[in-house]
Design a protein. Structure first.
Length: 222
């Protein structure tokens, strides 16, 4: 019996090597975490608004180690409105502050004294390096946008695309939520079909072991 099992051992080892090799080439789903980019400190000390057709914008830079990212959402801290209207148009612009990375989105900033979030995942916007989140006012001076006046990060602008004025001595409370591409965190997860891929190999390995045992017993009886 020992001799028979010894003869079958190389075949079993080869089969196991095939299984390990298959696992190593299986596609994996990388687990990533979203990251909020912000230059304000979260505390509103003042408020501001723009004329009809005017813009506010914040220029964002991807963090170190993240050269490319999916843009998941844009956030706007609304203080209040004067009743004139709460619709604005969000523009996602490239590094030059002019090129539209997606079709502008009209959004109702309805909640006072709170962050209002525009989901952008379905737009499949990929940003690299620097990008801008700009808000175009459809109603004069409405709604009010929160201002952080405790510091000046130099990232807040007013004006229009291509004619940005960096003179705002505060931080506009506009934020971006991203998901870095190619920078997984939290490990990797095998896809749900991995078990289906491995099952035939596992069954074949078990069959070889079982057949080997039967043959060994039969020869021993003979």
């Amino acid at each position: 019996m020992l001799t028979m099992m010894t003869r079958k051992l190389p075949l079993i080892l080869v089969l196991m090597a095939m299984i390990v090799s298959t696992v190593s080439f299986l596609p994996v789903q990388e687990a990533r975490a979203s990251l909020e980019l912000a230059y304000d400190d979260g505390d509103k000390e003042a408020r501001t608004s723009a004329p009809q057709g005017g813009y506010f914008a914040v220029k964002f830079s991807l963090p170190s180690g993240c050269s490319m990212a999916n843009l998941l959402s844009a956030r706007f801290y609304k203080v209040a409105s004067q009743g004139g209207g709460t619709n604005v148009v969000f523009h996602i612009l490239g590094s030059n502050g002019v090129t539209e990375l997606t079709t502008p989105v009209t959004y109702d900033i309805a909640v006072d004294n709170s962050w209002n979030e525009l989901g952008l995942s379905s737009k499949n916007i990929v940003v690299t390096g620097d990008f801008w989140v700009a808000v175009e006012y459809l109603t004069a001076d409405d709604p009010y946008l929160g201002l952080d006046t405790s510091s000046v990060a130099g990232r807040s602008y007013s004006g229009t695309p291509g004619f940005w004025n960096p003179g705002i001595q505060a931080n506009l409370m506009i934020r971006a939520v991203i998901e870095c591409i190619g920078a997984p965190v939290g490990g990797v997860v095998l896809p749900t079909n991995a078990l289906a891929i491995l099952a035939p190999f596992a069954a074949l390995a078990g069959l070889i072991v079982a057949v080997s045992a039967v043959i060994a017993v039969k020869r021993r009886r003979d």
